[in-house]
Design a protein around this ligand. Sequence first.
Ligand code: GMT
Length: 380
Amino acid sequence: MKIGITCYPTYGGSGAVATELGIELARRGHEVHFISYAQPFRLQHFVERVYFHEVEMGRYPLFEHPHYSLALAVAMHEVTLREGLDLLHVHYAIPHATSAWIAKEMLGPRNGLRIITTLHGTDITLVGQEKSFWEITRFSIAKSDGITAVSEFLRRETVDHFGVPESAIEVIPNFVDPALYRRDKLPCRKQALSRPGDKLVLHVSNFRPVKRIRDVVRIFAGIAQQLPARLLLVGDGPDRTEAIAEAEALGVSKRVSLLGKQDNVAEILACADLFLLPSQSESFGLSALEAMAAGVPVIATAVGGLPEVVEHGVTGYLAPVGAVDEMAEAGAGLLRDFERWTAASRAAEALASERFGVEAIVNHYERYYRSVLAGEPVAA
Ligand code: GMT
């Protein structure tokens, strides 16, 4: 197959999943064309059968706001014609599904291009529900030839808020390649990250309000009261200064390290003892899955798709949003008890590869592609 993939290329779960899917599809013999405004961050090396097409943005003084959606549609149209794409797989509805629909309209009815839209989260739960985006989100999803959602939770949200029939949405969860996260195979430079004897608590995100960064720091402070520990914050975003302020207010700033955006989170996960994800909402929580793949138990909120990823009491602990004391207790309890921690770590690794391993999930995507291309009903 010749597949075009569009995603947000900067740091974020949807771009990570889209890129790793493209790389795996290419490994299986498909030709994959990424179309976006920048090279996806996880596409760092030459990969056979993978191509990147940068969207060119025309500038004109009259345009106060750049017309990215239109430029993207033109790029999708051009690449489809030039490379003979069979399908465009877009990740995150806005504006990618809209641009894909425009590109298909420009190609005309004789072109058999198919569009698959993968819904990732806030395209449905937040952005898509804003008044100015609701109608275009609904329209663009309805015009897609196939729709996938990364969790059952997100499928239900899409049905409830956009009236899409449940049977029209295929749930295909996110995935990991367990081989890339094996902690025994990765160099862990714990001494460079913390003092001897410290437990390493990790959070990775884009530091947006939905991640509740203050809660991350509060949970950590609760843990650090009970045992020697260090908090590693990986990523960056609008709430970074809030995190620093909260750490200072709680007197733990000397125990918090801000590592910024990191290309190789697997190496940091290999040293980590606990992962925190106390989000307000999370349609899946790819970072939690990656932590589990590295054998790191996860303390998270029982919201959205997280209960589909983290098994409460087995691979980690789930608590209500804002229950920082409960999460701190659960975290400290696990870190203090080596036997329980080891059991949770092994269960996390096993669940990540058994339920979310790259082979099975990419097989699912391939089956779905074939059924969409054949025009078959694709109901789950
Ligand atoms: O929707 C977003 O907030 C952005 C998106 C991203 O690019 O990271 O995150 C969503 O997609 C991820 C990949 O499928 C999921 O792991 C995240 O849970 C989801 N974010 C939210 O639902 C807040």
